[in-house]
Design a protein around this ligand. Structure first.
Ligand SMILES: Nc1ncnc2c1ncn2[C@@H]1O[C@H](COP(=O)(O)OP(=O)(O)OP(=O)(O)O)[C@@H](O)[C@H]1O
Length: 229
């Protein structure tokens, strides 16, 4: 799969008189990218910029030839987002309907929609949840269903905002395995440093800037050192 380059050029995000992200310039071409840093550093804001959920106050965010300010709708199809709180993402009362929901917008034939739902449930080892009422799921089960809904859409890039917070060890490993298999690009915001071990690149965000950008082990060492200071 040819992955479009993601570029942030002179990007700042301001809320009121507060600079949450400050003049960020980065180009993302890797397939597995982690984003770590302290609470409130700006990680979620950065991740939300990448599919146009947040627009820059200054500068531009480019996905291939498209910019989030001008091509929000096209970019939403290319860049999926798995929210930290799955309750924000699950829409339909029954799990399999929820996973099928987004597929309707892709104009796929019904048989293919059903097949994709089943395949995705199977890949994530959650086929047993297919007929469950969404509101009766545990937090971790909801997180897996939210993940399935985005995976079923097969976007080129998937952004995960703290995807493992509610997962037990087994589901965390299933998630990690799923990420390692993806042909898509995954950008993962997390406090769970272990899941980034095999990633190609990790950004450390400190106070609205990219304080470190490199290999996972070096980025984690930088973050640990910063946290102890
Ligand atoms: N819509 C908003 N309006 C005002 N301030 C905001 C808004 N969204 C985020 N912020 C502020 O911007 C800062 C960065 O928030 P962000 O959610 O990006 O941090 P984070 O690094 O993801 O933190 P955490 O690890 O706690 O999730 C925080 O101080 C937050 O309060």
């Amino acid at each position: 799969m040819e992955l479009p380059s993601i570029g942030l050029e002179n990007v700042s995000v301001r809320y009121g008189d507060r600079d949450v992200l400050k003049d960020i310039n980065i180009s993302l071409n890797e397939q597995r990218i982690g984003v770590i840093g302290a609470n409130g550093a700006g990680k979620s804001t950065l991740s939300r910029l990448l599919n146009g959920l947040v627009l820059p106050t200054e500068g531009s965010v480019r996905i291939g030839d498209l910019t989030t300010s001008q091509h929000a709708k096209q970019i939403r199809r290319q860049v999926g987002f798995v929210f930290q709180n799955p309750a924000n993402q699950i829409i339909m009362p029954i799990v399999s309907d929820d996973i099928a929901f987004g597929l309707k917008n892709l104009s796929l034939p019904k048989a293919e929609r059903i097949q994709r739902v089943n395949e995705t449930l199977h890949e994530l080892n959650i086929s047993h949840l297919a007929d469950r009422e969404s509101h009766t799921l545990s937090g971790g089960e909801q997180q897996m269903v939210a993940l399935a809904s985005v995976l079923a859409m097969r976007p080129e890039t998937i952004i995960f905002d703290e995807p493992t917070t509610m997962l037990d060890l087994r589901n965390r490993l299933a998630f990690q395995h799923e990420i390692s298999k993806l042909s898509q690009r995954a950008i993962v915001v997390t406090h769970d440093l272990e899941i980034l071990e095999d990633f190609e690149r990790v950004l450390v965000i400190t106070d609205g800037t990219v304080a470190f950008d490199g290999q996972p082990a070096d980025a984690i060492a930088h973050y640990r050192q910063w946290s102890h200071a």
